[in-house]
Design a protein around this ligand. Sequence first.
Ligand code: SAH
Length: 378
Amino acid sequence: MSGVTAELAAILERAKERPKNLSAKELATLVAAADGLSREAVRVAAREVKRRHCGNLVSIRGIVELGNICSKDCCYCGIRKSNSSLQRYRLKVGDVVRMARTNRDLGYGSIVLQGGEIESEENTRFIEECLEGIAELDLGVTLSLGEQTEDVYRRWKEAGASRYLLRIETSNPALYARLHPPGHSWERRRECLAALGRCGYQVGTGVMCALPGQTAADLADDIVFYGEIDADMIGMGPYIPHPDTPLAAQAPPLSDAERLELGLNMIAATRLYLHDVNIAATTALQALADDGRERGILAGANVVMPNVTDVGYRARYQLYAGKPCLNENASLCRGCLERRIESIGEKINWRARGDSPHYHDRLRRLNLPNSTIDTPRK
Ligand code: SAH
């Protein structure tokens, strides 16, 4: 490989051979790649591994933002409980089912229901009713509703959810403690991820990068953490300050452009370490650059999550400043997304659930029954 150091070239060759073939120190080297040539070499290698496991396909999941009512007070998040400048909402079951039908009609084979974190029987029932209404649509269903008891996770699984996203936010408990007020427990989050695995979900986790006080070694440890918990899906993105949050008072450590590059380095390093997991090119990348998601795919991601929530609600679900597509309805987004993905030589995996290849491998390894069927519909 011309232009990169012999050391980096050797790391990339070894990474491509098989999963988990790198030390944390070597991962930190990939994450910290700072010059254009090194970054490009890391992304080209990651793309090669992505193509080996996922071909040139990109899987789509529409996101429905169920509501912005949240019991948590995360110091970086725009929908934190203490943000009083926000009008709170929660969708009605019928609206959620209608948005899910739109998602299906647009040809998206999976859907994500995301929202603030509420632990109550009333909310648990609300989610069950949404899942029951969606069941007949034959979609892969992902939930992203924060920390819950194992019993609640099991009920939602039985009502039809098959995947769950719960970012650990950072694998460093001391950094986690600096980003969250008292009462927010890293250990509980870790335990929730274990509970999700026991319930048989495809388990997704992830972190924010470019957080104040975070180092390349922390980010390398995050990737090792994904491997340790045997995660099936990874969603990561750069931290973006939200003006109505306490963390915004601390300047982010890097410029927008550098935070985007770090997010892309994280995707590439994660692909090179884990090989067969689903990795999302997240909306936070798109918030930092118009073509951020395409660049995420070119760095090794294979999943994109367009917003399918009615536009009228979108401004009230801003986790960070600069959320894109606030006024673009789902069918407009579809055309735009298709053009963008084709422009980089990739294809949308229409009407497929797009399960994580790692999940099927994990079921085989652990001798568990296969509870999902991934066949494209006509
Ligand atoms: N409450 C749910 C899901 C909603 S938040 C949960 O806890 O899982 C979804 C993700 O948005 C969070 O996990 C966090 O990583 C990300 N996020 C929140 N605030 C952010 C910010 N300011 N910049 C970038 N990402 C942010």
